[in-house]
Design a protein around this ligand. Structure first.
Ligand code: HH2
Length: 279
């Protein structure tokens, strides 16, 4: 059983807690022109809303909306640009009994998105003090992602002595700081591909059970370079089967949630795996 303390108004919450069995799916909804696998796919509010409804109907536990690509080499965008992409969609989705997450590095974007109806902050740069303050003020949980460096340059020469130990120490320290500051709950994400070479990503995936001793773990391998390398597929949009394989592995090691573009495929695969393990 996994649990996350959330705002009491979050759909499905019981006395301010979400509890779930097995591994849940966070569906990706990129509202960017340049995301590495689905940039420009949801360019109108109508297209984005209908994709969100599709992800939710497929069984996603959260819909993760993002207005800035964090792919390796991506240039940062202004907060206003990000908000122009995200807010109209959030406003359409708010009040529909869906759980909505805002994927952003910027506290001001998170703040505006939470006002517009999001109930979780997903920060791949680690939920630092300013982001913790936003989460605490709104009474919402945050996802703490580990990132070495910054998106523009993070894949140039990442270095670790012991990736699992270093990422675990970071996540533990940030978890403690966030909870002490009044953030109600946290998800812990090793940040696959965020300043990591293949060997680092593999060490972290193999170490999910260690990370899971620290709290609910979210794993995001969907369509990333490691899937392309391991699976021999250069087109990111064709990496869903390999993404499912990596995420099933993480789920067996205790991941509480996986972040996926193909939410329907992941929900189906996780259901079959759970049924086989229960049998
Ligand atoms: N990966 C991406 C974006 N957000 N959030 C979490 N918590 N964990 C991840 O691994 C993660 C994330 C990158 O994927 P995507 O959103 O598809 O691409 P882009 O950054 O190009 O928009």
């Amino acid at each position: 059983m996994h649990e996350l303390r959330v705002h009491p108004n979050t759909p499905g919450a019981n006395n301010g807690w979400l509890r779930w069995r097995g591994c849940a799916v966070m569906g990706v909804l990129n509202l960017t022109p340049d995301s590495f696998s689905d940039g420009g796919r949801h360019a109108t509010v109508q297209a984005a809303v209908s994709r969100a409804l599709e992800l939710w109907a497929a069984g996603a536990a959260w819909i993760d909306l993002g207005g800035e690509s964090t792919r390796p080499g991506a240039e940062p965008v202004a907060a206003e640009t990000e908000l122009d992409r995200v807010l109209p969609v959030l406003r359409e989705l708010a009040g529909r009994e869906m759980r909505l997450s805002i994927d952003t590095l910027k506290p001001e974007v998170a703040d505006a998105a939470l006002r517009a109806g999001a109930q979780l902050v997903n920060d791949v740069s680690g939920l630092g003090p300013a982001m913790q303050a936003v989460c605490a003020a709104h009474g919402v949980p945050g996802c703490i992602g580990h990132l070495q460096g910054e998106p523009r340059t993070m894949q140039r020469d990442p270095q670790y002595r012991d990736p699992l130990a270093e990422v675990a120490a970071f996540l533990r320290a940030r978890r403690d700081a966030a909870l002490a500051r009044g953030v109600p709950g946290v998800l812990l994400d090793p940040g696959l591909g965020f300043g990591k070479r293949l060997e680092h990503n593999l060490a972290l995936l193999r170490g999910v059970s260690t990370l899971a001793t620290l709290g609910p773990v979210l794993v995001g391998a969907s369509r990333k370079g490691m899937i392309g390398t391991l699976g021999g597929e250069s087109d990111p949009a064709r990496r869903d089967p390999g993404s499912v394989a990596a995420h099933l592995y993480a789920a067996r090691r205790g991941a509480a949630m996986v972040r996926a573009h193909d939410a329907a495929g992941h929900v189906q695969a996780l259901r079959v795996q759970a049924a086989l393990e229960d049998a």
